[in-house]
Ligand binder design. Structure first.
Ligand SMILES: Cc1cc2nc3c(=O)[nH]c(=O)nc-3n(C[C@H](O)[C@H](O)[C@H](O)COP(=O)(O)O)c2cc1C
Length: 260
């Protein structure tokens, strides 16, 4: 699928075909997409645990579900639980930026050397960062980017997905999650039972309310010609609700035996 169309067709899928398994190779592609994401200092904080719903006992699945996610987790045949491993920096001790230097990605023309890492980057930036209260927030920016690449790969492979919260205390016990890992969200994954449009692209705040140019208060003005180009490339698609969405949701509920 074309890149812009993948961005456009991605929307949270909450009705999965509960009986259609996801090919293992597609799951691997999702994880591979996460791994090649940009990551600060090349440190790779994101960790993911692939769990097959049908391999969970009923009691564990029930306990993992939160009220905002229960039906989704029941319908999705695959769950990918995402975490950040906070121990990465202290274990790495500046080795990953040095690796970037060794392969010619960080170069002397930009001030990089092993000595610069030993004398400045590690002791003055990374070591204090890893001990600061801001550390989990900085890490979440990194892991969120990587996880999103995996999410987009799912749609490229014809799958649907929805991030949800989960009971992380239950997950910690059930999946042997180390103490240093902080829980993010679970990617619920499967083949959509709803149409891929899923009722249309979901509402967003106005563009100019979100992005500034030069300084806050000076909105980045949207050029309608660019919007038209993105519409043509299927990145900007018909907004929700599409005219037949109510009927679609009703039919899905009847098919799955869910409340209407
Ligand atoms: C970090 C994160 C957590 C989310 N958690 C939930 C959740 O617990 N339950 C749910 O139904 N949707 C959840 N969502 C999906 C959002 O509700 C959804 O992305 C948003 O409404 C925009 O719709 P779209 O994804 O279809 O564009 C989550 C999304 C993100 C990014």
């Amino acid at each position: 699928m074309e890149f812009m169309e993948v961005l456009g067709i991605r929307r949270s899928i909450r009705y999965f075909d509960p009986d259609r398994p996801v090919e293992r190779e597609k799951i691997q592609k999702i994880l591979e997409a996460m791994r090649v994401a940009s990551c600060a200092m090349n440190a790779h904080w994101l960790r993911a645990i692939v769990v097959y719903r049908d391999e969970l006992d009923d009691e564990t699945l029930e306990a993992l579900k939160l009220p905002v996610a229960g039906v989704i987790m029941e319908l999705a045949p695959v769950h990918i639980y995402c975490y950040a491993d906070l121990s990465v920096l202290q274990r790495d001790h500046g080795a990953s930026p040095k690796q970037l230097i060794d392969v010619g990605a960080l170069t002397p023309s930009h001030g990089w050397s092993h000595r610069f890492v030993d004398e400045f980057v590690w002791p003055q930036l990374l070591d204090p960062l890893s001990k600061s209260p801001e550390y989990p927030v900085a890490v979440a920016f990194d892991t969120g980017g990587a996880a999103t690449q995996g999410l987009l790969m799912a749609y490229n492979e014809g799958l649907g997905a929805c991030w949800t919260a989960f009971n992380f205390l239950v997950a910690k016990e059930a999946f042997d999650v180390p103490d240093d890992w902080i829980p993010h969200y679970v990617m619920n994954l499967g083949y959509p039972l709803e149409s891929r449009e899923a009722g249309g692209q979901r509402p967003r705040p106005p563009f100019e309310d979100l992005y500034s140019e030069g300084k806050v208060g000076n909105p980045f003005r949207r050029d309608e010609a660019v919007v038209a180009e993105l519409e043509k490339a299927n990145m900007i698609q018909a907004p929700a609700p599409l005219p037949d969405r109510k009927e679609e949701v009703r039919d899905l509920a009847r098919k799955l035996g869910l409340p209407e």
